[in-house]
Write a protein that binds this ligand. Structure first.
Ligand SMILES: CC(=O)N[C@H]1[C@@H](OP(=O)(O)OP(=O)(O)OC[C@H]2O[C@@H](n3ccc(=O)[nH]c3=O)[C@H](O)[C@@H]2O)O[C@H](CO)[C@@H](O)[C@@H]1O
Length: 376
């Protein structure tokens, strides 16, 4: 079968957009065609990010999530405008299928695809399938998921675990050794990390978070009096000064940045990762085989980050630490215990790797293609 032509609706937050963009990049690299249909509030910015990777995208009329009576009118207008715009785009592109990556912002494109007789496929990036995907699952040929789901009984139709489509740069670099990654960081950022010293990576998700930027530094200041380690800290946008203050005048962290596009080097260098448990983060920890301490973001929809963290923690690969229990003392005790047993960290990393689902974008595309080919 020739390569697919797909429309992909992946508006909403980065958690929906980036995995959709990864699928589109993989498809285009194989000679297929993709068009992103974006109807969230960040559509214009997402369109230009997609363009920087050579992926075409269309910003549909803005459609806020339906949050109470007050937003219904705006939601309805956005949905209607988006529906007509999506119909026009689908008529021009003539895709074999529409892939929805979750979020209510996919509503106009899904309705337009159904009206045009185009089969709909869905992907969910969390261990608990979100409301929008649950709702649309009855109209889909397949609901693919990043992880085994804890609420499968609430979905209709076929469900299959394909894994989380990771950025191609991360997917390709997943085999990097710790020594190569540390050498890469030293070269790239002009630092002097030492391969002989245990390395902690700390980041609070794409938005940064005060637990990571205040509480963890306090714990590390105490811990450094007792044991040797080096710290890589990605603070989040505009959080550098706050984090520097929290570390005070100690020599830490060894490398502190707002954020980095070179996550393969940071993940590759780490012996232990301290982070939130967003879908991509959890999938990347598994792909890079890293031990972790996961602090689920407590306000994520339906507490789905807790379910994501349980995927790794339930397999012995991570420690799950509830946000409310994060005191400097608790974190210091936990880290002291983990750093004292490097062999145990390696074992946890190996357990994480057992949960990796490599080449998830390719797998998802293959499952779509199979379901579109005429059955003998
Ligand atoms: C607050 C919230 O509701 N977040 C949701 C959002 O996550 P969000 O997109 O914020 O979090 P994810 O863990 O899915 O992704 C974070 C991504 O940022 C990257 N990164 C991080 C720091 C950095 O300096 N550079 C960098 O590239 C990580 O490698 C990772 O790929 O969508 C996910 C998928 O639906 C959900 O699981 C999350 O719960």
């Amino acid at each position: 079968m020739p390569e697919l032509t797909l429309a992909i609706t992946c508006g909403g937050t980065g958690g929906h957009f980036y995995p959709g963009l990864s699928v589109a990049r993989v498809l285009q690299k194989r000679g297929g065609r993709a068009l992103l249909l974006l109807s969230g509030t960040n559509a214009a910015r997402q369109k230009s990010i997609a363009a920087s990777f050579g992926v075409p995208a269309v910003a549909l009329p803005r459609m806020p999530s339906p949050r109470g009576i007050g937003t219904l009118f705006e939601f309805g207008c956005g949905a209607l405008g988006g529906y007509h715009a999506a119909r026009r785009e689908l008529r021009t592109l003539r895709p074999q299928a529409l892939l929805g990556m979750g979020s209510f912002t996919s509503l106009p494109a899904i309705l337009a695809a159904r009206r045009s007789g185009i089969p709909v496929f869905l992907h969910d990036g969390n261990a608990r399938v979100g409301k929008a995907n649950r709702f649309f699952s009855r109209h889909a040929k397949l609901l693919a998921t990043a992880f085994p789901t804890c609420n499968a009984e609430k979905c209709r139709g076929e469900l299959l675990v394909t894994g989380m489509p990771l950025r191609p740069e991360l997917e390709q670099a997943a085999g990097i050794t710790r020594a190569e990654a540390i050498a890469g960081l030293n070269r790239e950022f002009g630092v002097e990390l030492d391969t002989a010293i245990p390395t902690l990576l700390i980041f609070g998700g794409s938005q940064g978070a005060s637990i990571f930027n205040e509480t963890v530094p306090k714990a590390l200041r105490k811990l450094q009096e007792k044991t040797e380690f080096q710290v890589l800290h990605l603070a989040g946008p505009k959080k550098l000064a706050e984090v520097r203050d929290a570390y005070g005048d100690v020599v830490f962290p060894s490398l502190l940045l707002e954020s980095s596009e070179k996550m393969e080097l940071f993940l590759g260098a780490a012996d232990l990762v301290f982070s939130r448990s967003g879908g991509s983060t959890v999938a990347e920890l598994a792909r890079f085989g890293k031990a972790s301490v996961l602090i689920p973001y407590p306000y994520a929809a339906e507490n789905h980050q807790y379910d994501n963290a349980r995927v790794l923690a339930g397999h012995g690969a991570a420690e799950l630490l509830p946000n409310a229990e994060c005191t400097p003392e608790r974190i210091e005790r936990l880290l002291a215990g983990l750093l004292a047993e490097p062999e145990r960290l390696k074992q946890r990393g190996a357990l994480a790797a057992e949960l990796a689902r490599p080449a998830a974008a390719e797998r998802l595309l293959a499952e779509i293609a199979t379901r579109l080919s005429p059955q003998p």
